[in-house]
Structure formats: structure tokens, C-alpha cells
Design a protein. Structure first.
Length: 533
């Protein structure tokens, strides 16, 4: 945003702003509903104002305006504005995403959004009531929080289709059956299918509990901001950035994993995942590209680690913040010399799993601090390492919130976990956590969070957890209560009538089967004349 090129220059004589796009790259692009529909738009531009002398122009950085871009009656663009639709968009075919440029367009003083920043109409002087300029970007944080909340529901849709169909679909008999006359096995019985689908089922609940926590945190912090307390804004921004990257990646990759697990029917429109896949694939890119947005998380974490590592007085480090606490504990343990004797018993204690994730995140944070602050390595050269750090930090948040939800004695009324479900969700927790540890085993070993012997045994424990979870898989996806009309899937129907629905969609609902095409390509008619049939 800092580098955007659109200019909003104050004209002190006319008492208005002059919006101008000096280059083609100053154009606005991808804005939803701007292409053909919107009459007004919130536009961010570099605010350029005269200094105290009134002769020299000074850039005050990006600021938002609300601007009328089309006539409300004729719907034509106003003079000085070039606007239109950008064309076909992958997964956004119904949205008129637009482009827009300005040619010395006059914008009234009243269009300036001045809750935190003001421009005096008489003098053009600039003032600010914001204690922290970052408060302006609170809306971006809100969008990212909502994306995290949305990710769990999208992944739940894909997993619901996969679990229901793979429970019904049968293929191959048990090779160890002596007679070979037994029934074919459900596809979900096969570990090669389970390892793709069941960890994703567990992931939906991990995303759910973190989504609820982050959503409530945003509301609480937003209330504090209105009271002038901005102390937690930086942490929320960093957390939401990292979670946006991780959660949308998990959801987008999860949809495709589920689609592939469906076999041949996964290619058909009756799966319900074709459109879902297309619609969601934009999320790892929009509102911050997933490979780049994690820099915001990593920068915050490195700064946190620097403050703790360079603190002179240990008493100053007393904090209820989970990040501060885990960083301090890791620094203390590292100075004392960590060994495999200090690893956590993750197979015997769920709380130890949380500590293992926190130590791994703290270890990667310390490495990033040493590389950037101590060794002064260029930031760009560290981007891959910093991306991994952000993911580790976000995974620790997912695990911690899931565990807290399972252990809470008095959670919020809308998050009460029935005792009958708690044991099954505990299996989900362990499967999500241990599968993640197994995937990133090197990090957990290097940080002395998990011993080599335990890491070697993890694949067997994951298999055991999947075996325990499979009988509950259908009930767990049913618990999401996603209606059939939203799934729009023959394979994921709640009543299990998969093949009847596939035939109905093909034989009765497909309009192509109601026409007879003309085989004579030289005729001008595409369809055969039904009167001659």
C-alpha cells in the first residue's frame, strides 16, 4: 500500500482534491462490483498537501476517500474517470471486478474520510487524532479475521463430501481374506485414503476453535481501540496475517486433496467440489499473498524475541502473553543446554503437545532473531525462513486453542462441547497435532521438543488415531449441518443416495441430453429438426 501511485493533491484555491493517476500502474484493479455496478467507491490515494509555507507539497502517505464514480441515473462514468470490467476471472465469473484511473478528477473536501485524520478546508493543513497510524488498517485485520472464520466452513464442505462418499463407495476385497468371497471394502477403510482425508477432518475443528477465538479477540480489541487502547493491535494484526496465510492454504489444498480422493467422480460436476475449488482458489492470494503476508507476522515475532533476548532485567519480562512466556522459557532452557531429556511426552499428555508446538515456534523465532538482528542478514534472503516461522507460530495457535476448548470447564454457551463428543474431538486434536508434527519432524527434533524415538513412532500412532476416528467420521461431518443445497453434491448427499442422484443429474437435468445434434457439419443448423426425427 505504501507504494501506490494514485495521487490526491489538495487544491487550496478550489478547496478540493485533485485525483490523478500519473502512470498506468497507478490504476485500481480487481475491485469488486466496480466494473459495471458500483456508483461509489472507497479509494485510497497518496495524500499530498502544502506545507506550512503553502508553497511546497508534502506527501502524507495513503489515505481513504469515498468517491462518486458513476452518475446514479445514467450509470455512466463521470468525466475524468476511466472505469470498466477487467474481464474473465478464475472463480469470479459472476463478479464485475473493475479497473479505474483518474485524470485530474476533482473530489470535494467532504469525500475525505476524516475519523482519525483531518485536512483543514481553509488552510489545507493536516492534523491527526490517531495515537497510532496503524489503526487505519483495522479494516484489513477484520477482513483477514473473517477469512480465517470462513476457511473452516469451506474445508468442512469438502471433507463432508469426501467422508460421505468414501464411506459408501466400495472397491476391492480384502487380499488377506482366505476365501476372497467377502464384500468389497469401503474406500475409507484404506490407510492411503484415510491419511489424505481424516487429518483434514481433524483440521476443520482446529480451524473452528481458533476462528472463534480470533473473531472474539477482534471484537474485544476493537472495543479497546475505541477507548484509545491500542496495546494489542500489533499482535492481532500479526496473528491474523499468519493465520490468514496458513488457514487459506490448508483449506485450498484440502479441497483439492478431497477431490482427488474421490477418484474418477471427483472430476465430475456432481462432486460439488469443482465450483468450490474454483471459487476458493483466490483466497491464498487476495487480501495478502500467502507467501508474502507472513512477513508481517515474522517481523512482529522477531521484534518480540529481540525484546526478550536483549532485556537487561528479567523482571521486566513478566507477562501473561503466551508468546512472551514461551520465548522466555525457551531462552532460559537454551542457555542451560537443551537435550533429548528435556523433550515433551507428547504421546502421554495432550498439554505436552501444546508445549512442543510452542517450543518449536520459539526455536525458529530465536533462529530468525539471530539471523536478522545478530548476524544482520538481508531481510529478503530470509523470506523462506520467515515464512516457515510464521506457519509454525500459527500452527501453535491452532493447537493451543483446540486444546483450551477441550479443557475448558466453562466455555462460552455457544461453544460447549458435550461430554459424549469430547472424547471423539480429543482424537481429532491428537490426529491434527501428531500428523502436523510428523510432517515437520525435523523442526521438532532440532528444537528438542520431541525425541527422535517418539518421532520414529509417530506414523504408527497416526495410523492408530485414524483407525479410532474412522467410525465417527460420518457423524463428525454431519455435525457441521451443511445443507444439501449448499453442498450441491451427488456424492455428498446426506441420505446417501449417490448413484440415484448422479443418474438424475445426467439423465433428467442435463439439457444436453434433450437435444439431437446434426451430424452433417456442412448444414447451417447445429440441431436436428425434431419434426424430421
Amino acid at each position: 500500500m505504501r507504494g501506490l501511485e494514485l495521487q490526491a493533491t489538495w487544491d487550496n484555491e478550489g478547496k478540493h482534491f485533485i485525483f490523478h493517476s500519473p502512470t498506468l500502474t497507478a490504476s485500481k484493479w480487481w475491485n469488486g462490483s466496480l466494473g459495471r455496478t458500483a456508483t461509489h467507491s472507497i479509494v485510497v490515494a497518496q495524500l499530498i498537501l502544502p506545507d506550512e509555507s503553502g508553497k511546497v507539497l508534502k506527501n502524507h502517505g495513503p489515505h481513504p476517500f469515498i468517491i462518486r464514480v458513476r452518475d446514479e441515473k445514467t450509470h455512466q462514468p463521470l468525466a475524468g474517470i476511466v472505469v470498466g470490467d477487467i474481464g474473465p476471472k478464475y472463480g469470479y465469473s459472476s463478479m464485475d471486478n473493475g479497473y479505474m484511473l483518474f485524470n485530474r478528477f476533482h473530489v470535494p473536501h467532504s469525500a475525505f474520510l476524516s475519523r482519525y485524520f483531518q485536512v483543514d478546508r481553509t488552510s489545507g493543513m493536516y492534523t491527526s487524532t490517531a495515537q497510532n497510524p496503524a489503526v487505519v488498517y483495522g479494516s484489513l485485520t477484520n477482513i483477514r479475521v473473517n477469512i480465517v472464520l470462513h476457511a473452516r466452513l469451506v474445508l468442512a464442505r469438502a471433507v463432508t463430501v469426501a467422508v460421505r462418499y468414501l464411506t459408501i463407495r466400495r472397491q476391492f476385497r480384502d487380499r488377506d481374506d482366505p476365501g476372497g468371497s467377502g464384500p468389497e471394502r469401503a474406500v475409507l477403510d484404506y490407510p492411503t485414503v484415510q491419511i489424505r482425508v481424516l487429518p483434514l477432518l481433524a483440521t476443520t475443528f482446529a480451524l473452528h476453535y481458533t476462528g472463534r477465538v480470533v473473531g472474539q479477540r477482534y471484537k474485544d480489541i476493537r472495543e479497546n481501540i475505541e477507548k484509545g487502547d491500542l496495546s494489542e493491535l500489533a499482535e492481532l494484526h500479526a496473528t491474523s496475517s499468519g493465520l490468514k496465510s496458513l488457514c487459506t492454504t490448508l483449506a485450498a489444498d484440502g479441497i483439492e486433496t478431497c477431490r482427488r480422493a474421490l477418484g474418477g467422480h471427483g472430476f465430475g460436476g456432481g462432486s460439488g467440489l469443482i465450483q468450490l475449488n474454483a471459487d476458493y482458489l483466490s483466497k491464498p492470494t487476495v487480501e495478502g499473498d500467502n507467501a508474502m503476508i507472513t512477513q508481517q507476522t515474522a517481523a512482529y515475532i522477531v521484534k518480540k524475541m529481540q525484546a526478550i533476548a536483549e532485556a537487561v532485567d528479567d523482571k521486566a519480562l513478566t507477562s501473561s502473553n503466551a508468546i512472551d512466556r514461551s520465548f522466555k522459557e525457551h531462552l532460559t532452557a537454551t542457555k542451560a543446554g537443551l537435550s533429548e531429556q528435556d523433550t515433551f511426552s507428547i504421546l502421554a499428555d495432550d498439554g505436552a503437545i501444546v508445549h512442543a508446538f510452542e517450543r518449536r515456534a520459539a526455536h525458529l523465532s530465536l533462529q530468525a532473531y539471530q539471523a536478522r538482528i545478530v548476524k544482520k542478514k538481508p531481510w529478503t534472503n530470509l523470506l523462506i525462513q520467515l515464512h516457515a516461522l510464521s506457519n509454525a507460530h500459527s500452527q501453535a495457535i491452532l493447537v493451543r486453542n483446540f486444546h483450551v476448548a477441550l479443557c475448558a470447564s466453562s466455555p462460552p454457551a455457544n461453544d460447549v462441547i458435550p461430554s459424549a463428543a469430547k472424547s471423539v474431538l480429543s482424537i481429532c486434536f491428537r490426529l491434527f497435532a501428531l500428523h502436523t508434527i510428523n510432517t515437520h519432524a525435523r523442526d521438532f527434533s532440532a528444537s528438542m521438543a520431541v525425541s527422535s524415538a517418539v518421532l520414529d513412532s509417530l506414523p504408527d500412532h497416526v495410523l492408530e488415531l485414524m483407525d479410532q476416528l474412522q467410525p465417527h467420521a460420518v457423524a463428525l461431518v454431519d455435525a457441521w449441518s451443511i445443507p444439501d443445497y449448499l453442498l450441491d453434491s451427488a456424492l455428498g448427499r446426506s441420505d446417501g443416495r449417490v448413484y440415484e442422484d448422479l443418474f438424475n443429474r445426467a439423465h433428467r437435468l442435463n439439457p444436453l441430453n434433450k437435444e439431437t445434434f446434426n451430424p452433417y457439419y456442412w448444414d447451417k443448423n447445429i440441431y436436428m429438426d425434431k419434426s424430421k426425427l
